[in-house]
Design a protein around this ligand. Structure first.
Ligand SMILES: *[C@@H]1O[C@H](CO)[C@@H](O)[C@H](O)[C@H]1NC(C)=O
Ligand SMILES: *[C@@H]1O[C@H](CO)[C@@H](O)[C@H](O)[C@H]1NC(C)=O
Ligand SMILES: *[C@@H]1O[C@H](CO)[C@@H](O)[C@H](O)[C@H]1NC(C)=O
Ligand SMILES: *[C@@H]1O[C@H](CO)[C@@H](O)[C@H](O)[C@H]1NC(C)=O
Ligand SMILES: *[C@@H]1O[C@H](CO)[C@@H](O)[C@H](O)[C@H]1NC(C)=O
Ligand SMILES: *[C@@H]1O[C@H](CO)[C@@H](O)[C@H](O)[C@H]1NC(C)=O
Ligand SMILES: *[C@@H]1O[C@H](CO)[C@@H](O)[C@H](O)[C@H]1NC(C)=O
Ligand SMILES: *[C@@H]1O[C@H](CO)[C@@H](O)[C@H](O)[C@H]1NC(C)=O
Ligand SMILES: *[C@@H]1O[C@H](CO)[C@@H](O)[C@H](O)[C@H]1NC(C)=O
Ligand SMILES: *[C@@H]1O[C@H](CO)[C@@H](O)[C@H](O)[C@H]1NC(C)=O
Ligand SMILES: *[C@@H]1O[C@H](CO)[C@@H](O)[C@H](O)[C@H]1NC(C)=O
Length: 589
């Protein structure tokens, strides 16, 4: 008695056990298979070291009707059998296994397969399933049974043993620290390109794979507000996790009607809580397989993990249009370019220099170009002695930390944007580049590729350049009968025009607007305007200024320089990969 009181007084009250649940949601056939595979995975990445003191149930939630899908019910039954026979080591960690059908009909069960650019209503499936789960906990079959639950979707993959113990620890801390929702903000950097167009609640939202404290009134309020029908039907408009962020951040900044509810629920700065070691949200960030995740569970599909191209296999060829630039300052950083060739479009004696960098010395060769600047891609192809090369110019810096991602050593990731995307629609360059490629190689292109983001295979590029010279006979760059010199779109169009080409054998294409593709280099200043007098201006003052407006001073000035970044009040530092990135502090403007 005395001891209990003493412990309680010392703040140890939270060690008492709770009633918790891990909720796994599955919908597609692929997810059913992932669920089936989880038994094997969990026997190696064990959930607990010994039976938890809390009662933790495992709840399997199928988005439709379990009895209508024989494969899904077979997998659920297998897991239930494994459980009742105590046939795998993970079984011991859970108190009970349960199932639930969210009963969506096939039209409602729209999961995002094409991205929201093509289907505005893709959110409604996951939202309805989430609503069913929380309804079940507050008013349905699981009413009053749980203090909190962890939503663990199929792409939440345990990577460290003891993850269920971590869930228990974090969940039990929540009541005493006034937490309603606890999880992870997005830790990748997919949004670099689009961040300026995004509201803060979207950038800073806690991903849905989180712990929900059902006893907290703010959790109840979020659920009620999100699911309320009326003129603002949030469930049709945005994903539940984004809506939760929007309501919470609105409440915290005093917005009616959320602010009054916030006060009533006793909301504080810990209530919506991104401090979690349980789960790390990498979503669609593309990473290499040896990336070390600090959290116990990675939210991010295994299909987004890639190999790194060995440094010895690649050269970066830099077009020096003039003597300006900061590329050299960013060479001593974490990047794969141990061989850099600078081709200058001004008088230059050839030099070779060794520059120490974290991953080994970088050899920088400078020499004067012999061809026109627009022909950079093809002159580069003739200069390199590595299997692959990449391109940039003196208006760029190395955007460390960065690596070259390959599915196999012969298959690079190929970032693209859709022809019909807003991104391409807003840029005359994008359309013109695709038109040139289609015209030269007589094919239809669906995707636009950036010249500085494609990894070129040297042997292929040499053949491509011969074909480009033939295809452009009677046309010229200087008199505007060509919009550009050889581009990445031309290169891909040339590849596609070959009858034996099969894109899935040579590339792993990824939509940049959906996946966290990190470009290898980034602008510090826009390139000078195109001074040709062509009938349409592809890159004039307007485009120059737009580009200028989007360059982040923080990213340029503090490449892998955390102390410099932290010392600048307009910037914020985000640890990432080997080091981190410096970005504009949205709160400073
Ligand atoms: C589930 O996985 C097991 C192996 O762990 C396999 O034997 C079984 O066929 C799988 N079930 C389905 C429906 O594919
Ligand atoms: C699901 O749970 C119910 C009880 O709630 C049980 O009767 C059934 O066997 C379970 N399994 C499947 C595959 O439906
Ligand atoms: C389940 O099996 C483990 C050994 O794998 C054993 O320690 C445990 O006591 C068993 N649990 C039950 C309920 O039989
Ligand atoms: C939570 O709301 C209930 C009524 O819905 C109320 O009785 C209770 O006092 C509230 N708790 C807190 C901590 O505000
Ligand atoms: C949260 O608020 C408390 C005071 O209520 C303050 O001491 C603490 O620094 C705040 N934390 C953050 C991260 O803002
Ligand atoms: C790296 O370059 C420095 C000169 O910048 C040189 O002293 C050193 O020997 C080089 N290291 C290797 C391993 O080549
Ligand atoms: C444009 O320049 C190219 C190459 O110099 C030439 O072959 C072509 O005839 C010119 N076209 C026009 C319309 O002047
Ligand atoms: C392309 O290659 C993939 C895998 O190598 C194969 O599955 C696919 O059928 C091929 N497509 C065509 C059109 O040949
Ligand atoms: C640059 O910013 C403008 C608006 O200021 C935006 O429309 C445009 O898409 C941005 N460009 C890039 C490359 O992000
Ligand atoms: C980091 O930035 C600070 C402030 O601009 C600068 O003084 C320092 O030299 C930089 N450090 C490195 C390693 O570049
Ligand atoms: C994978 O990425 C991590 C972090 O970016 C880096 O530390 C590691 O060296 C990379 N692995 C390989 C094999 O390049």
């Amino acid at each position: 008695m005395m001891l209990t009181m003493a412990l309680a007084a010392l703040g140890f009250a939270h060690v008492q056990a709770g009633k918790l649940a891990v909720v796994r949601v599955f919908s597609t056939d692929e997810e059913v298979m992932l669920l089936n595979a989880s038994s094997t995975l969990w026997s190696t990445v064990g959930p607990c070291t010994s039976k938890p003191s809390s009662m933790i149930d495992l709840i399997l939630v199928y988005s439709k009707d379990l009895s209508s899908n024989s494969m899904a019910s077979e997998v659920v039954m297998d897991l239930e059998t494994t459980f009742s026979n105590n046939a795998s080591s993970w079984v011991n960690c859970f108190a009970e296994i349960k199932n639930m059908s969210a009963m969506l009909n096939p039209e409602q069960d729209v999961y995002d397969s094409n991205g929201y650019t093509t289907n505005k209503h893709w959110v409604s499936g996951p939202n309805s399933v989430f609503k069913s789960i929380v309804d079940a906990m507050y008013t349905g079959p699981f009413k009053g049974m749980y203090d909190s639950f962890f939503l663990m979707e199929m792409d939440a993959v345990p990577i460290k043993a003891g993850w269920l113990d971590q869930f228990e620890t974090e969940a039990l801390e929540m009541p005493s620290q006034n937490m309603a929702v606890r999880g992870s903000q997005y830790l990748g950097d997919k949004w670099d390109l689009f961040k300026h167009m995004m509201p803060e609640y979207l950038v800073e939202h806690i991903n849905g794979n989180a712990i929900y404290n059902l006893q907290h009134n703010w959790t109840q309020y979020l659920h009620n507000t999100f699911t309320a029908s009326g003129s603002n039907n949030m469930m049709e408009e945005m994903a539940f996790d984004v809506a939760y962020a929007m309501i919470t951040m609105g409440a915290m900044s005093g917005e009616a009607p959320f602010a009054a509810a916030w006060t009533e629920a006793g909301g504080t700065n810990t209530t919506y809580n991104p401090m979690s070691m349980l789960v790390g949200n990498y979503a669609n960030t593309l990473l290499n397989t040896s990336y070390e995740f600090p959290s116990f569970i990675r939210h991010g599909s295994s299909k987004n993990l890639f190999e790194n191209l060995p440094d010895a296999d690649v050269t970066l060829v830099v077009a020096y249009f003039d003597m300006q630039g900061h590329l050299r300052e960013t060479i001593p950083t974490n990047h794969p370019f141990k061989k850099i060739v600078g081709l200058t479009y001004f008088s230059q004696t050839s030099t070779t220099e060794e520059i120490p960098a974290p991953g080994g010395n970088v050899t920088l060769k400078m020499e004067q170009a012999t061809k026109e600047p627009y022909y950079h891609l093809c002159e580069a192809a003739s200069k390199v002695d590595t299997k692959w090369f990449a391109l940039t110019d003196n208006y760029h810096i190395v955007k460390a930390p960065v690596s070259i991602l390959m599915e196999t050593m012969d298959k690079p990731v190929l970032p693209y944007v859709l022809k019909g995307s807003r991104y391409c629609g807003e840029r005359p360059n994008c359309k013109a580049s695709m038109e040139q490629a289609e015209d030269l190689f007589s094919i239809d292109l669906m995707y636009h590729h950036d010249k500085y983001e494609v990894l070129y295979k040297t042997a292929d590029a040499i053949q491509f350049c011969a074909a480009w010279d033939v295809a452009t006979q009677g046309k010229g760059w200087s008199n505007c009968s060509l919009s550009f010199g050889p581009t990445a779109d031309d290169y891909i169009a040339w590849k596609i025009s070959s009858p034996s080409f099969n894109v899935s054998n040579e590339f792993t294409p990824k939509d940049k607007t959906r996946y966290g593709w990190r470009a290898w280099t980034s602008l510090w200043n826009p390139a000078p305007v195109d001074d040709r007098q062509c009938s349409t201006t592809l890159y004039g003052i307007k485009e120059y200024l737009e580009t200028l407006g989007n360059i982040s001073k923080c990213a340029v000035d503090y490449v892998e320089n955390s102390s410099g970044c932290i010392g600048d009040t307009t910037c914020m530092w985000r640890p990432m990969f080997e080091s981190g990135v410096c970005m504009l502090n949205p709160k400073s403007t």
